[in-house]
Design a protein around this ligand. Structure first.
Ligand code: ZN
Ligand code: ZN
Length: 123
């Protein structure tokens, strides 16, 4: 019979953990038990394999999807559509940019800049 080093509870000689407080017994420490029961650990290990397999498939599919998306993007004609031109320095920024990538000036969004690219024009 072994006694728990933490709470003094009597523990079975082959137990890895104290049934009362969960403290690892010397046997548990020696066996490097990762969970209260080896069966549970094995179950987790099995699930881990399944998860890893599923993850690998998902990762592969995601990778394929990204490659396809990239192809689609490259097939689109490279036009100024989808870019916002900075009224301060003229740098083309990606659509939706709020601040200029080059000079940091506030860049009007595509909707806002519609018809008023040059703010000095009407003043
Ligand atoms: Zn204990
Ligand atoms: Zn700028």
């Amino acid at each position: 019979m072994v006694y728990c080093s933490n709470c003094g509870e009597k523990i079975a000689d082959d137990a890895y953990f104290c049934p009362k407080c969960g403290t690892k017994t010397p046997i548990g420490k020696a066996s490097k038990a990762a969970y209260p029961a080896d069966e549970l650990r094995d179950a987790f290990y099995q699930v881990g394999i399944e998860l890893e397999r599923a993850f690998n498939i998902a990762a592969h599919e995601t990778h394929q999807a990204i490659l396809k998306a990239r192809e689609n993007m490259q097939q689109k004609p490279a036009s100024t559509q989808g870019t916002v031109v900075c009224s301060s320095c003229g740098t083309k920024n990606v659509s939706g940019a709020v601040f200029c990538n080059n000079c940091g000036a506030k860049v009007a969004s595509a909707e806002e800049s519609h018809g008023s690219t040059w703010k000095n024009e009407c003043k």
